[in-house]
Design a protein around this ligand. Structure first.
Ligand SMILES: NC(=O)c1ccc[n+]([C@@H]2O[C@H](COP(=O)([O-])OP(=O)(O)OC[C@H]3O[C@@H](n4cnc5c(N)ncnc54)[C@H](O)[C@@H]3O)[C@@H](O)[C@H]2O)c1
Length: 365
């Protein structure tokens, strides 16, 4: 499957990636620069979660350009589109952390909804101005989440037919942006596709999300907080599997459709944290006890969705994609990466020190 990807991008491919300094966006940019001949413009406003240190591998490439800009800045967007002349856009720029959305929802509305709307408007103008051959080939891939589908009980899976039922300010803002994207397809014939992905993990993830936070706290000998009883279930996907899925969707996905991307790797949060503890134990045994001894059950997230689980059949049967990384191999590699790369995460801990966010009793962060 690997060979298929690299042969399917050409020197003429020019990909505008929004949010390319974030966790998933930087994995997309690294893939496009290192494994394809495409040119990339990374448009990112460098919020707390965006970092150019995620892109050290690619900055020397003459096919890579960076523009520090906000997706809400319509004149900069118009100019960037006109100057770079993308053949495709992959839209990842977003506020992405549920706990932050609970504490302060405004940036989620501003970036995820208003920003996506602004980008769609400018992209439509640009697309309409393209010559005939280019207009047919152009694609806009909007990267969304499985959280738009709401919460599952102990059984069942989200399919592309599942009705949207978002329950947090984050997922509501992503659902709104998805609806805008589909409105652009239906109303203007704009060639957009949506991917809805489960929880990602891997290298370069900002240390506020469960997996990097747990690894870094463990390495630092700090408590490992688990919301509620750690019984909430997520379907984990290694970020590099996600990138491979996005490349296939961009190339072969059908305009106007959603594609659910999931790794068939359901775990409770407790299982995830225990797996991290065991990987840490193997790598650097803890003096004076076990890493598992650091686990602390803390007040649950307000409105915490019980379970997300993706049915990725469409990806598997129509696009030939399947997650390559199992959870156990992926988590071992990820733990080792954070263990080896304190030079990457230590400066980011100064931006966010790991304190609890998003309790409704604490109105602002
Ligand atoms: N992380 C996951 O598990 C996951 C799962 C499914 C979908 N997604 C979606 O994937 C996308 C990327 O997620 P991530 O985990 O990489 O997030 P992230 O927070 O690591 O990165 C977001 C990036 O967007 C940039 N950004 C934020 N606001 C911006 C603005 N107004 N203008 C320009 N740039 C801006 C940030 O600087 C950052 O580089 C998001 O749309 C998210 O909803 C994430």
């Amino acid at each position: 499957m690997q060979a298929v990807f690299s042969h399917e991008f050409f020197e003429s491919d020019r990909i505008l990636v929004t949010g390319g300094a974030g966790f998933i966006g930087s994995a997309v940019v690294r893939y496009l620069i290192n494994a394809t001949p495409a040119a990339v413009l990374n448009l990112d406003s460098l919020t707390y979660s965006g970092s150019l240190s995620n892109l050290m591998d690619v900055t020397s490439s003459d096919r890579y350009l960076f523009l520090e800009a906000d997706v809400n800045d319509s004149s900069v967007l118009a100019q960037a589109l006109g100057d770079f002349t993308p053949t495709a856009i992959i839209h990842l720029a977003a506020e992405s952390h549920v706990d932050r959305s609970i504490a302060e929802s405004d940036p989620f509305v501003t970036t995820n909804i208003v920003g996506t709307h602004g980008l769609l408007k400018q992209s439509l103008v640009y697309w309409r101005g393209l010559g005939e051959g280019k207009r047919e080939k152009f694609r806009f891939l909007h990267v969304s989440t499985d959280e738009v589908y709401g919460s599952l009980g102990n059984d069942g899976f989200f399919t592309e037919e599942t009705a949207y039922a978002p329950r947090s300010p984050y997922s509501a803002s992503k659902a709104a942006s998805d609806h805008l994207v589909m409105a652009w397809v239906e109303t203007y014939g704009f060639p957009a596709i949506i991917s809805n992905c489960s929880n990602n993990y891997g290298f370069y993830q900002f240390p506020e999300k469960l997996i990097p936070l747990t690894i870094i706290n463990g390495l630092s000998g700090l408590p490992l907080p688990l919301y509620g009883r750690g019984a909430n279930v997520r379907d984990w996907l290694h970020v590099e599997d996600h990138v491979r899925a996005l490349m296939l969707i961009l190339r072969h996905g059908q305009v106007g459709r959603n594609y659910n991307v999931g790794g068939r790797n359901e775990r409770t949060n407790l299982q995830v944290v225990e797996a991290i503890c065991d990987a840490l134990e193997a790598l650097r045994p803890r003096a004076g006890g076990l890493y598992r001894d650091l686990i602390r059950f803390v007040e649950d997230r307000p409105g915490h969705d019980h379970r997300y689980a993706i049915d990725p059949t469409r990806m598997e049967t129509e696009l030939g994609w399947r997650a390559q990384e199992s959870f156990s191999t992926g988590i071992e590699k990820t733990v080792k990466w954070y263990h080896d790369r304190a030079d990457w995460w230590e400066p980011l801990r100064r931006r966010y020190d790991g304190r609890r966010l998003g309790l409704t009793s604490a109105p602002s962060i």
